[in-house]
Design a protein around this ligand. Structure first.
Ligand SMILES: Cc1cc2nc3c(=O)[nH]c(=O)nc-3n(C[C@H](O)[C@H](O)[C@H](O)COP(=O)(O)O)c2cc1C
Length: 425
């Protein structure tokens, strides 16, 4: 049986460990996590989801508050045409965050950025262009567009001086979606450097309908490989979704893929941005606690734990400060759900259960999005006490994928460090 360490992923003249840590917004895949993966020789993704918010946290700015002051008058209006992010603010937020991350990069790996098209920010084309330009200006190694077909994305950045130099990929959940992307790519003379195939067991938003159980990562991957072969395109294919162990990863590479992308295993890493108590919820979850529902106002299904506070909240829309999902007309599906939800006998708003205010709840880590295999995380670590599990660091998780071991066995040193004393033999 082979192991991941026997393979490598090649981009132009560089070789990488064929393991990508997927983007996890909002700031679950922190710069610290991506940097740790890059130090190990793999590819770590940061995410630019709600980057002005992340910029406020990282640099002590008040970008969201300034926007709130500017658009205060919109508070009781639905929809909110004209409420959008200033593109120069967005571009600079991405540039500075990326530049700071890139300055800290060490090792042989790379840092990519995950850019979701569905974060339309009140001005879809203008703000995605600003986000892409900011990332390119900041020196990012690679861009992974996700959450939509990205038909217009490449032409938006074709004029940037780094357009040919930066690595560019695409996330698809079908060969059909890839065909659509390839058509524009050919038009701008810039084919993708890699294709990530995200299957139905992934975390975050899914590129399927509620019929997701009828799809399989293996089938879609082989359809994508066939399409590329028939088109004589030697683009590396990288499956994602449910690849949980080193053994899973090695099998995927043996079957013709160039690398794997994983995320759920890293959610509980020390470097992940999730609060510690949420990491413990992930570890102690059971399979029946996981649901795929339509509460995201993007219109895509999303996988999460049923205990997510976002599913029973009645928060009023916070678009004046946030507004990351507003479309070009100032609308968001949460507005309708909020307005249509009634009040109790004391006049208090009832929980809004159809949709969530995704900006607010992601900012607060109240939506516990996860891959299907989240319930297996408990097998990757060990108990410190009745209510607490050990949180591995990113390097431990990375190594367990590499050496083909079933799952992380805690090292004696790690245990001894946790208990601040030597372990009895
Ligand atoms: C907590 C979490 C958040 C995620 N957020 C995003 C995201 O913001 N954008 C995206 O393209 N994919 C997102 N994903 C998908 C991952 O990048 C990845 O492709 C997928 O989850 C891999 O499957 P695995 O989690 O079973 O390893 C997320 C996944 C998780 C677990």
């Amino acid at each position: 049986m082979s192991t991941l360490s026997q393979f490598s992923l090649k981009f132009r003249d560089r070789s990488f460990v064929p393991l990508l840590q997927g983007g996890m917004g909002v700031n679950i895949s922190t710069a610290e996590l991506a940097l740790a993966v890059a130090r190990c020789g793999g590819i770590g993704h940061i995410s630019d989801a709600m980057s002005p918010h992340v910029h406020d946290l990282e640099f002590g700015s008040k970008l969201q508050n300034e926007k709130l002051q500017k658009f205060r008058d919109y508070q009781n209006k639905f929809p909110k045409p004209g409420l959008s992010w200033d593109t120069s603010v967005v571009r600079e937020a991405n540039r500075r965050y990326v530049a700071q991350t890139m300055q800290r990069r060490q090792g042989d790996g790379a840092i990519f950025i995950n850019i979701m098209e569905k974060l339309t920010m009140g001005a879809p084309d203008e703000t995605i262009k600003a986000r892409l330009y900011g990332a390119l200006d900041g020196g990012i190694d690679g861009i992974t567009p996700s959450a939509s077909l990205h038909i217009g994305t490449l032409p938006l950045i074709a004029d940037h001086p780094r357009f040919k130099e930066v690595l560019i990929g695409i996330i698809v959940s079908s060969a059909r979606a890839l065909k659509v992307f390839l058509r524009t790519a050919k038009r701008v003379g810039r084919l993708p450097d890699y294709v990530i195939v995200e299957g139905p067991l992934a975390g975050g938003h899914l590129g399927f309908g509620l019929d997701w159980p009828e799809h399989s990562l293996e089938t879609i991957t082989s359809e994508v490989i066939k399409l590329l072969r028939e088109s004589s395109l030697g683009i590396p294919v990288i499956p994602a979704g449910g690849i949980f162990t080193g053994e899973d990863a090695a099998l995927v590479l043996e079957s013709g893929a160039a690398a794997v992308q994983v995320a759920t295993r890293f959610t509980i890493s020390k470097e992940s941005g999730l609060p510690s108590n949420v990491k413990q919820k992930y570890i102690t979850s059971h399979e029946e606690d996981v649901v795929v529902n339509m509460t995201s106002p993007t219109g895509y299904p999303m996988r999460m734990l049923k205990s997510s506070p976002s599913m029973t909240s009645n928060i009023r829309p916070n678009c004046e400060a946030l507004g990351y999902i507003l479309d070009g007309k100032g609308a968001c599906q949460y507005h309708d759900a909020y307005e249509q939800t009634g009040v109790d006998e004391k006049g208090r708003k009832l929980p809004v259960t159809d949709k969530m205010c995704i900006c607010y709840h992601f900012m607060k880590f109240n939506c516990y999005t996860c891959g299907h295999n989240v319930f297996r995380l408990k097998d990757t670590t060990y108990k410190l006490s009745e209510s607490e599990f050990y949180l591995p660091d990113a390097e431990e998780i990375f190594s367990s994928y590499l050496d083909g071991s079933e799952i992380i066995a805690p090292s004696r040193e790690a245990v001894s460090e946790v208990f601040a004393g030597p372990v009895a033999s």
